[in-house]
Design a protein around this ligand. Sequence first.
Ligand code: GAP
Length: 520
Amino acid sequence: MTAPATDSPAPIRDPIRMEDLVALCRRRGFIFQSSEIYGGINGFWDYGPLGVALKRNLKDAWWKDMVLCPPDGPDGEPLSMVGVDCTIIMNSRVWEASGHVGGFNDPMVDCRESKARYRADHLAVLVAREDDGSRRMMAFIEGDDAQREKAGKVLAKYERAEFSPDRYMVRPFTSLARTDLTRVVGPDAKEPGTLTEPRAFSLMFKTNVGALEDASSIAYLRPETAQGIFANFQNVLDSTRVRVPFGIAQIGKAFRNEVTPRNFTFRSREFEQMEIEFFIRPDSAGEWYAFWRELRHRWWRSIGLTGANLVLREHDRDELAHYAKEGAGTCDIEYRFPFTAPGFGELEGVAHRSDFDLRRHAEFCGKGEKMRYFDQEKNERYFPHVIEPSAGADRGTLALLCEAYTPDPSRPSGVVMKFHPRMAPVKAGIFPLVNKDGMPEVSERLHRELRARFAVEHDPKQSIGKRYARMDEAGTPYCFTIDSDTLTNQTVTVRERDTLSQERIALDKVGAFLAEKIGG
Ligand code: GAP
């Protein structure tokens, strides 16, 4: 793991505008709306050429730093980690055992007028401060400032009053009494009383496996990668030399039929997780929880998220999942996204899951107590406890994009993506100053030489200024330019993305220069 980009908290800058970032992502091929040519599909996103490279760098760094080359544990021993890659569709009994079938729900509200559907805990209402139980209320989606403002104006018009924020207060929709619903106008409605009471809505995507579409063939797309790990716990023990404490890691897709997907890729219906289930002796949960909490927080900083934009938030008792109630703790690592600022949004959860999952699978598969782990040294059997660091690869990628986006009116591109060099999709641009006079031959040769080791791009066309601007938008840390001097003295110009400094280095030292600056 490389050292954090910075340990001293950087000053908090003004949040960027999400519409600017979304536009850049589309224009430069980071992220596209899925099925865009057919009008898109809500909650699904595709990664373009730059985006796929960025996300792969994130996942590769995670795999390398957590699985292949993790730091020593709190006991001073090297961490024992292995990986798996499990299927998205599993036997439905897995999801009965995990509690997801029947239990993985969000409270949902329908609007009878607009036919829109909202998550009850994402809705708020605006109501007059002097409400006597008869005044109209306007619902809006929390965090949507434009919708909130519109709600305020409509309310003021209805009450034939000047709009003034002081006259109104905001209440969570879930705090309203049933009888209040007749007074509430939905976010996309005109008439009051069209929102239904909250109802449980399953987030599980259902399908059928095989030719018969009946109850016996129902299957689910996994809502988390974790259960594939638990279901293979015994297989991993039997096929490797790992002993407790050890971890099993997996990166893969997960699917949740989110009621209100929103905030770009932050809440999607198809997304990728990077999960570790770390199996420990029950009496060591406290120290391992503290270890993972700290390691995961440090890791996000090591790939370029500044300390000021990251927080570790310990869960309150009433927030804890059923499996974590008696545990060592649960915390979220949160990032200050532009749409949550000045607040934070979850990037990763670190949870003590106790022995809940292994016990449930032992019970549901019928093997019962026989599935307990046998500790040879201590000659005892037990169900190991689990510390689970569970991160989102898409949320991580989004955080990297938000962090990198730096408006700079002095540059032709108007913006520069300041990715940590390890995360940058393209490590270096290689240009001939002009596309003639022997320069392209040299730049092509350099490109061929470097691309076996680094993600580099050769670009011989357009003015040099435009090529630099393209690289600034892609977040490329270095550009090497071959000019007429190269042909006589075998040196090239290196342009550094953040400082804009330019220096000459020997042509045959470019590989070593890149290796020193970005590793590899
Ligand atoms: N196995 C535990 C688990 O799945 P979670 O908090 O529900 O816990 C873990 O999910 C991580 O997965 C989150 O911190 C987030 O980064 C990511 N994630 C969850 N739901 C998501 C969604 N709808 N869209 C994008 N990422 C999501």
